[in-house]
Design a protein around this ligand. Structure first.
Ligand code: 13P
Ligand code: 13P
Ligand code: MG
Ligand code: MG
Length: 383
């Protein structure tokens, strides 16, 4: 049976500030998806939050980019926005960049991770959702899961995985996609994805056509779509596990390392990503540290058997402790790089407006001043 798993998310209002989703929004979204389930539009659903992002996980048989499913998500976000407005939640409707729905939520603000596959005899899936970071935050862990034999033992010792995986990498600035094979082109893959603000892993495929897709990651970049700072593009991902794919524990292992990501405080700072259970899915300290939740499900003819709150586990205590220590260290840099993002990334924040104010106060000095003097452009110099 071919099943589609769609995880569509948007920030339609934070409570309080940008920290988390108010329970009334979750309730409204559940109501909306329950109605769709009763009408047979979707098979099953699960609503949850990653910080201030409302997450709609849905299963159905309509394939990816389906207008009815995307329309359902859009309408659900609209309904939740109404509640957010009534409660005067922070940034009500923040991620809904457009007024009217045009058949597909891609490019309209919400983030989407979707995949269609033949449901196996047993089908474990893991759903990841992060707040206060960007889609490229999944580059490092996805590489480790599907390409690093020091993480994934199955790449070496399981004959069904030994041939490796195929990575689809997107250039989010130019809207281009490239397919690269691992391990053959591993160094090319790393050359790109080591720059996670630009090159983002969008899909991972098994080289075994019977298995097909292994992972899907949302690659929407709100700021690039809107051309200005709106909020961060808090990403989501879906990973299939076991039996020809990495085991559940191989999928989770990379998150014992709280790697550095961009997106904390005003979308303008680097902080380490912290794996947390749902109850700690809120960004408090310096609107961070960026948080990641992982929910495990077994699929049973499209029904979502779960969730198992996978980071609700002492095995990740140490990662959380390291994330807190690294946060202390990074915070001590205050407004300095590399805590503050690089100049290129800051173009999509509110900083350019500050710099604009100073535009006319710059005076030429040195060789530049001499040139301007000779050209009669200067009446006053500094040296
Ligand atoms: P499966 O072969 O059942 O997927 O499990 C592999 C394993 O041993 C997990 O660690
Ligand atoms: P969100 O993108 O999660 O709304 O966060 C915005 C922000 O600037 C937090 O400091
Ligand atoms: Mg927000
Ligand atoms: Mg958010």
């Amino acid at each position: 049976m071919k099943i589609t798993v769609s995880l569509i998310k948007a920030d339609v209002g934070g409570w309080p500030g940008h920290s988390r989703v108010h329970p009334k929004l979750i309730e409204k979204a559940r109501e909306s998806l329950e109605e769709a389930k009763n009408k047979g539009i979707i098979i099953d659903y699960y609503v949850f939050n990653a910080g201030d992002d409302l997450q709609l996980l849905m299963t159905h048989t309509k394939g990816v980019d389906n207008p009815e499913i995307h329309g359902l998500a859009w309408e659900t976000f609209k309904k939740a926005t109404e509640v957010a407005k009534e409660l005067k939640l922070y940034g009500a409707g923040q991620d809904l960049l457009s007024e009217a729905f045009s058949g597909n939520v891609r490019g309209m603000g919400p983030g989407v991770a979707e995949m269609e596959f033949e449901e196996r005899k047993s089908e474990p899936i893991i759903v990841f959702a992060a707040d206060k970071t960007e889609p490229g935050a999944f580059n490092l862990p996805m590489f480790k899961i599907f390409a690093d034999p020091f993480n994934t033992a199955g790449l070496i010792i399981d004959p069904t995985m030994h041939q490796g995986f195929k990575f689809h990498v997107m250039d989010v600035y130019e809207g281009k996609l490239i397919e690269l094979n691992s391990p053959e082109e591993m160094y090319d893959i790393l050359a790109l994805i080591g720059q996670p603000g630009r090159y983002v892993i969008k899909y991972v495929y098994s080289k075994n056509p019977e298995i097909g897709i292994a992972a899907a990651i949302s690659t929407e970049r709100l700021n690039l779509i809107a051309g200005k700072y709106i909020g961060k593009d808090d990403p989501v991902a879906i990973v299939r596990a076991q039996h020809g794919l990495p085991a559940l524990g191989e999928v989770l292992e990379p998150f014992t390392f709280p790697h550095m990501v961009s997106g904390a405080m005003r979308g303008s700072h680097h902080m380490p990503i912290m794996p947390v259970p749902l109850k700690y899915s809120q960004c408090t300290r310096f609107d961070g540290p960026p948080r990641l939740v992982a929910l495990g499900f077994q699929l049973a003819n499209g029904k979502l058997i779960g969730p198992a709150d996978l980071f609700d586990d002492p095995a990740f205590d140490r990662a959380r402790k390291i994330a807190n220590e690294i946060s202390d260290y990074m915070r001590r840099h205050g407004p300095f790089e590399p805590h503050r993002l690089s100049a290129e990334e800051m173009e999509y924040t509110t900083l350019p407006m500050v710099l604009k104010k100073l535009k006319d106060r710059w005076k030429k000095i040195g060789a530049e001043a001499k040139k301007a003097w000779a050209a009669g452009e200067l009446t006053d110099t500094h040296d």
